[in-house]
Design a protein around this ligand. Structure first.
Ligand code: GLC
Length: 436
């Protein structure tokens, strides 16, 4: 059996780039926003300094409007990635830093809860305390960006205008919104994908989807990535579950941190109260018995069961009764021979246990759901979520994501997507260490 702890250290050090960590070499050679949060937790087990630098370097890319971009291109010589900084052209926005270059969209706001997690691990470490105090206003500014630019009607729920912002790039959740985009050849600039030459194409998004990703990127660019035109024009406009879960969980963590250090948390408390109640009343789909994203353009819930709805457990959003329903659902998947949690509804014709966000198991999602289940006292299911991830990592290695059907894993010797993957190492490690 491989030494999972030693291997996690190896992967995190391998991907460390003198100040920040890449998710994996080749496929993702830069710094990614929400990856960095989980990676920081991983580093803290070996080198707290790395954990701190990881977040510092991410926030060095923060825009004047408060946005923290989804990719930070610390190196401008790395040519194996599309869309690279020259395609994003983030300098269309005067408040985007000249360096490091960045993308023009964001990702789940995990940083507040990551800071609280680090403080729980090292409550008296002076260097960490000084760092948390210094970065706190920047994280609040990021939340203020989300509540200002992404919630123009002041509902308490932020929207996304690109699937990549959700962290769940090609989830079937986005299919109907993407189908609204009817493209003629002249609507798109010429571009060349790089991902399908680095990973098998049946594990990646299709070219139909990719064209629409590029279209939405161009739409964002047209409005300097923060203009009102995005809300008015984007055919893709979604109040996503996971995005709002991360925001709500991080609000709460920032409130807890702020209170400990005597900082003003009034604004955070207002956001939190509104978001929590709006999420509960607007995003529960009683026929599916789960939380669902809301399609602002179409004016309806996105009617699918998937991992973002389950993640609501992590921010303690569900009532006890709703939590029970989510827990029963997870138990039934386990009984039916799935590693929990598959990223999409296994009974849907859109389920694909191999293709990225359409069905595989994702480590950082298991991590959130594990802690969420524990909060509600579902110890047995939490234990399965944890041991499923540990089993997958032991059998297959620290891959980006994993086959979710047990009967298929029996004949596999590898996971899917990139190998030696940073957040897989970090999250698995944290779950192993958590109760030891
Ligand atoms: C993929 C994932 C996204 C992640 C990125 C880097 O785009 O969908 O969630 O942040 O890879 O790992």
């Amino acid at each position: 059996m491989i030494n999972l702890i030693g291997d996690a250290e190896r992967v995190l050090k391998l991907n460390w780039r003198n100040g920040f960590t890449i998710p994996t070499s080749k496929l993702y050679p830069f710094q990614w926003n929400w990856d960095s949060g989980f990676i920081s937790i991983g580093h803290s087990y070996f080198q707290l300094d790395y954990a701190i630098q990881e977040l510092e370097s991410l926030f060095s890319s923060q825009w004047e409007n408060g946005m923290v971009p989804h990719i930070v291109f610390h190196s401008e010589n790395e040519k194996t990635y599309f869309p690279n900084y020259d395609f994003w052209e983030s300098n269309v926005n005067a408040g985007a830093p000249q360096r490091p270059k960045s993308s023009g969209i964001t990702q789940p706001a995990v940083h507040g809860f990551v800071l609280e997690n680090l403080l729980e691990k090292f409550p008296d470490n002076e260097k960490l305390i000084a760092f948390v105090k210094a970065i706190f206003p920047k994280v609040v500014k990021y939340h203020r960006f989300l509540y200002t630019y992404r919630d123009p009607e002041r509902e308490g729920l932020m929207f996304i205008f690109h699937p990549w912002e959700s962290g769940r790039d090609n989830s079937p959740l986005w299919d109907a919104s993407l189908d609204r985009i009817v493209l003629n050849e002249e609507d798109l600039p010429k571009y060349e994908r790089r991902d399908t030459s680095l990973a098998p194409s049946d594990e990646r998004p299709t070219s139909y989807q990719y064209d629409r990703y590029v279209y939405l990127l161009q739409l964002g660019k047209k409005y300097n990535y923060d203009g009102e035109g995005i809300f008015e024009e984007s055919p893709f406009l979604i109040q996503d579950t996971l995005m709002n879960v991360a925001l709500i969980k991080s609000n709460q963590s920032l409130i807890n941190i702020g209170k400990r250090f005597g900082m003003d948390v009034g604004e955070l408390e207002e956001w939190q109260q509104q978001s929590m109640s709006r999420f509960k009343e607007k995003l529960w789909d009683s026929s599916l018995q789960t939380f669902a994203a809301y399609d602002l353009r179409g004016g309806h819930l996105v009617p699918h069961k998937e991992i973002g709805g389950l993640a609501a457990l992590y921010a303690e959003i569900p009532t006890d009764e709703q939590a029970e329903q989510l827990n029963n659902y997870l138990q039934s998947l386990h009984t039916r021979g799935y590693y929990i949690c598959p990223s999409f509804d296994v009974d849907s014709p859109l389920f694909d246990s191999k293709r990225y966000w359409r069905g595989p198991v994702w480590p950082q999602m298991n991590w959130m759901i594990y802690y969420g289940l524990k909060k509600y006292g579902f110890e047995d299911t939490a234990r399965i979520v944890k041991s499923d991830l540990i089993e997958l990592a032991t059998k297959l290695g620290y891959y980006e994501y994993f086959e979710s059907q047990k009967s298929l894993v029996e004949n596999l010797s590898a996971g899917y997507g990139g190998s030696d993957f940073s957040w897989t190492a970090a999250c698995t490690l944290d779950l192993i260490k958590e109760d030891s």
